[in-house]
Design a protein around this ligand. Structure first.
Ligand code: RET
Length: 249
């Protein structure tokens, strides 16, 4: 599958641009983290750094063709009987990268361990059932049933982002930065199921290169821009993010 990627300029660029940006983000954050000393502020920073560590590995998997396969679509799919290129490694590796986004947001809101844990479990299963939707070739209906299950888990994640964590961020004194990152996350994350539905694996309105670029574009903002915004805030080490809680300080 390595050649199949190189032969398609849109597909190849959507992958290589992200390898470069993930690498750059890792270097920038690693350098910035040297001047952050509080352990809690550092944990938030390291959590965001891990997003790019997973991302560069994920895109290497795609670039090498290791996590891409041609799948024959079942009856009922717009491309039934034809081979569709599935970049299934994306869905698998989201299960490792998105928890770090939620961990960073949960820590920023000073949420409790049980809530962060629940949001992350729902998120991991959202990604894994999304992977199942992409890999199911036995039945078209089953592909969309997996999609529906994944969406149900996503609604659970949105509950934490929209209801639980904003209230906690308010109390913690991080409401301003939290609401910026919260809305960025909500809007961008809703883009992923939309791209899946419109992309070559769903309704096939977009071909493989356009589908991949749509995910890559979302990734650039949901991962690297998110990371930079959060670490710029944390690097000031404001009272609201350091180890001693504002209430006991
Ligand atoms: C899928 C398809 C099935 C339905 C839903 C999905 C949601 C995916 C999301 C992905 C977010 C990914 C991010 C990656 C950054 O590393 C699996 C596309 C609901 C929300 C932020």
């Amino acid at each position: 599958m390595f050649e199949a990627v190189l032969d398609n300029a849109a597909l190849a660029s959507s992958i290589y641009v992200n390898i470069a940006l993930a690498g750059l983000t890792i270097i920038v954050i690693a350098v910035m983290s040297r001047s952050i000393h509080d352990s809690r502020a550092k944990l938030i920073t390291m959590s965001t750094l891990m997003i790019s560590v997973v991302s560069i590995s994920s895109y290497m998997g795609l670039a090498s063709g290791l996590t891409i396969d041609p799948l024959v679509m079942p009856e009922g799919h717009p491309l039934a009987g034809q081979e569709v290129l599935s970049l299934w490694g994306r869905y698998l590796t989201w299960a490792f990268s998105t928890p770090f986004i939620l961990l960073a947001l949960g820590l920023l809101a000073r949420s409790t361990t049980d809530k962060i844990f629940s949001a992350i479990v729902l998120d991991v299963f959202m990604c894994l059932t999304g992977l199942a939707a992409a890999l199911t070739t036995s039945s078209h209906a089953m592909r969309w049933l997996w999609y529906a299950l994944s969406t149900a888990f996503f609604v659970g994640v949105l509950y934490y982002l929209l209801v639980e964590w904003p209230a906690e961020a308010d109390e913690a004194g991080t409401a301003d930065i939290f609401s910026t990152l919260q809305w960025m996350t909500i809007v961008l994350w809703i883009g992923y199921p939309v791209v899946w539905a419109l992309g070559n694996e769903g309704l096939a309105l977009l071909e493989v290169g356009a589908t991949s670029w749509a995910y890559s574009g979302l990734d650039i903002f949901a991962k690297y821009a998110f990371t930079i915004i959060l670490v710029l805030y944390v690097s000031d080490e404001p009272d609201a993010v350091v180890s001693t809680s504002p209430a006991t300080a």
